[in-house]
Ligand binder design. Structure first.
Ligand code: MLT
Length: 242
């Protein structure tokens, strides 16, 4: 089947109409999507991505019940008063198993909550690259949008590289002549740098920020390809892999 696919470059580079009735894959390699994937693989019951203007305080009664963890970052740093930040390595089985995660991040959760009019919303990263591609290939029945979350409305090369890897595999390494501009850029970028994922991740803008904050390990972890074989998917406001 012919896939209609495009790539957007930041969490605010699209509007409701762009995503309506489409399959959206939100990509945030560093780090929101890698964190969500890790938390769910480690047994989290589900993840509720919070919108920009969402008041986390309204979830306090669930927090008191002990079944919910409030997590997230601002400028990469754990938000004061939250239980966890946004480092995937914090989301261990011991900490998250059976818990529902409320997650608020600068760009990743924003891209997800802004996609609510899509037919379905999937979460992609290098950690589940092949699983995303397989799912898109096997059961896609409409247009696909790969949304690179970026950083504060700017493009992030780690997200573009991951979107490029998805397009490269979806089109079996052959760029169609009529591909959208976004696909051409992502595909071409991956063709040039796809063999250097770890190095490219270490040099990107956000890696510098994370290193300064002491999150060096996250950078290498998020560059691991196909560590997991599931795809987090949104259902009634909750992301899960079941
Ligand atoms: C985001 O949503 O922009 C990121 O995940 C930021 C981060 O690395 O914590």
């Amino acid at each position: 089947m012919r896939l209609e696919i495009d790539v957007f470059s930041s969490s605010i580079s699209f509007n409701e109409q762009d995503v309506r009735n489409k399959t959206v894959v939100v990509v945030d390699v560093l780090r929101a999507c890698s964190t969500m994937q890790t938390a769910l693989e480690n047994g989290a019951a589900g993840i509720i991505p919070l919108a920009e203007n969402d008041d986390a305080g309204r979830y306090t009664r669930y927090l008191d019940a002990g079944s919910v963890l409030l997590c997230g970052e601002k400028d990469g740093k754990k938000v004061e008063g939250y239980q966890l930040g946004n480092s995937p390595l914090e989301f261990t089985r011991e900490v998250v198993s059976g818990k529902t995660i409320l997650l608020k991040t600068s760009n990743g959760t924003r891209a997800i909550t802004r996609s609510s009019s899509a037919a379905r919303v999937l979460v992609g990263s290098f950690l589940n690259l092949s699983a995303v591609v397989d799912m898109l290939k096997s059961d896609n029945d409409g247009d696909i949008l790969l949304i690179c979350s970026g950083w504060n409305s700017r493009l992030s090369i780690e997200d573009m590289l991951c979107a490029g890897a998805i397009t490269h595999r979806l089109f079996d390494r052959k760029l169609p002549d009529d591909a959208a501009d976004g696909v051409k850029v992502a595909f071409g970028f991956y063709e040039k740098f796809g063999a250097e994922i770890p190095a490219l991740l270490r040099e990107c803008n956000h890696a510098k920020r994370l290193r300064e904050l002491g999150y060096e390990e996250d950078i290498d972890y998020c560059g691991r390809v196909d560590l997991f074989a599931s795809v987090p998917r949104m259902h009634e406001g909750v992301l899960s892999i079941r």
